[in-house]
Design a protein around this ligand. Structure first.
Ligand code: SF4
Length: 111
């Protein structure tokens, strides 16, 4: 596995441990939501673990079902209607893949 990916995972683990030691609860919706529409990619950036994860079989390259994406958007809208404290600042179609490879990208952005 990529050393940079291992370092990031280690840092994420430290953040998760930090949060797990405290009693935080979320109210309302998060400020930012990132949605991985696809984890497929046609590039091979040197710093990215995606190509190796896919070629080694640790990650199955696939797309999110568009119906699942619509369900997520509907749930976020429902949550936003139910909260006064937080406003969603961003809803970004990004993850461990190239969003432009998602066949329903135009429909997703219109949703
Ligand atoms: S997922 Fe993004 S960062 Fe990774 S190889 Fe593809 S384009 Fe590069």
């Amino acid at each position: 596995m990529y050393p940079a990916y291992r370092r990031v995972r280690k840092q994420i683990g430290a953040v998760e441990r930090w949060f797990s030691q405290r009693k935080y609860t979320l109210s309302g919706v998060p400020y930012c939501i990132n949605v991985e529409l696809t984890n497929r990619c046609n590039l091979s950036c040197s710093y990215c673990p995606q190509p190796e994860l896919v070629s080694s079989g640790q990650l199955k390259a696939t797309d999110m079902d568009f119906e699942l994406f619509q369900l997520l958007v509907n749930q976020v809208e429902d949550l936003q209607r139910g909260t006064r404290a937080l406003d969603l600042a961003s809803f970004t179609p990004v993850g461990l893949g190239e969003p432009l490879m998602y066949g329903e990208l135009a429909n997703a952005l219109d949703t």
